[in-house]
Design a protein around this ligand. Structure first.
Ligand code: BMA
Length: 336
């Protein structure tokens, strides 16, 4: 933790002077604004990619690394590692991540690989943990780790199917690892609340607590799901999350933010009344799935409070949004 009490969600040190960044456009008072370079990752960046979106980026060795959701041209969903000097221009591995099982029991779940999607990456203690939606008789939460984004190791699935949006906290709370998730069904789930579970070892999870439900007649009336790794601030854990409403043309995925209690993170301190970003640009409204903005990673430069969010747009491409922690926290508190 630095002198301002802020820890980055994913890096061992709080300062990130090379965070990808653009100033707020003149005339705008938005708490979060889009990069003028959006989409930063096109759908066809690698040879067999149909789409690259809902992906997770962290600071790595003075540059950046990430785990990317790539749906291929067979329309199989899987995850790939990638590297970037500036967080904007990416080199994504052509091959999917090969997970080394951490024991023979993990081999059992690897025998039934169906798909892997919507990764999150969290710097936790001494390595980068990856969580993702892992197909095992339906979607559930896969978990593994890497030190170098070259070799990846898989632990056992965290939860029973059906579950999505498993997001680890960047440190233990009261001695226990913490993970948010959203129990779901086997389809395009028309409901969903955020829950918190704790674990002594990142394998056995329990003490499940309800965190947040939907709000009728709003941008988050159908379901909510955790986004990037929560960011520790003196005001609480800042959680970006997606909220979904059902329109006559289907689901609309926007995102907002909430503050969770630092010591009892299942308690919500404040929650934004309004969305921060909703699908309004063409690249968010038109693609393989219309009207989706879906955040999976946030970088923070502690000393300046700059935040950069990576979000998937229209289930097709990857985009950036920028803001300042203090403005986002004010937005959440003022309009909760
Ligand atoms: C969810 C997930 C996300 C996707 C979203 C919109 O259920 O599959 O990956 O972005 O639907 O299609």
């Amino acid at each position: 933790m630095d002198s301002k009490g802020i820890v980055t969600p994913s890096a061992p040190s709080g300062a990130l002077p090379n965070i990808p960044w653009e100033n707020r456009p003149s005339g705008s008072s938005a708490a979060l604004w889009r990069s003028s370079r959006n989409p930063i990752i096109p759908r066809d960046l690698i040879s067999r990619s149909n789409s690259i979106f809902n992906s997770a980026v962290v600071p790595f060795d003075d540059s950046f690394a990430g785990v990317f959701r790539v749906d291929d041209t067979t329309r199989v969903m899987d995850v790939h590692a990638g590297f970037s000097q500036d967080g904007i221009n990416w080199k994504i591995d052509e091959a999917t991540i090969e997970w080394e099982p951490t024991d023979d029991r993990v081999k059992e779940i690897q025998e039934t690989f169906v798909h892997a999607y919507d990764p999150r990456v969290t710097w936790l203690e001494d390595r980068y943990y990856v969580t993702w939606c892992n197909g095992y008789h339906g979607p559930t939460i896969g978990i593994g780790y890497t030190y170098d984004f070259k070799k990846f190791y898989q632990l056992d699935n965290a939860f029973l199917p059906f579950n999505r949006n498993g997001v680890l906290f960047p440190r233990r709370v009261n001695g226990m690892y913490q993970m948010l998730s959203r129990p779901s069904d086997n389809g395009h789930t028309p409901f969903g609340d955020i829950y918190l579970s704790e674990s002594p070892d990142l394998i056995h999870w329990g003490r499940h607590r309800h965190v947040m439900t939907t709000k009728p007649y709003t941008w988050e009336s159908t379901k909510v799901g955790a986004g990037p790794t929560p960011i520790e601030t003196p005001e609480g854990w800042l959680l970006f999350y997606h909220g979904v409403l059902t329109s006559c043309n289907g689901f609309v995925y926007s995102f907002g933010a909430a503050l969770l209690d630092l010591d009892e993170p299942w308690r919500v301190i404040a929650r934004s009344r309004d969305y921060l970003i909703s699908p309004q640009q063409q690249y968010e409204q038109v693609g393989d799935v219309q009207n989706v903005t879906f955040p999976c990673a946030a970088l923070v430069d502690g000393p300046t409070g700059r935040v950069t969010i990576y979000y998937g747009a229209a289930d097709t491409v990857t985009c950036l949004a920028h803001g300042y922690l203090k403005d986002i926290i004010s937005f959440v508190k003022a309009r909760s």
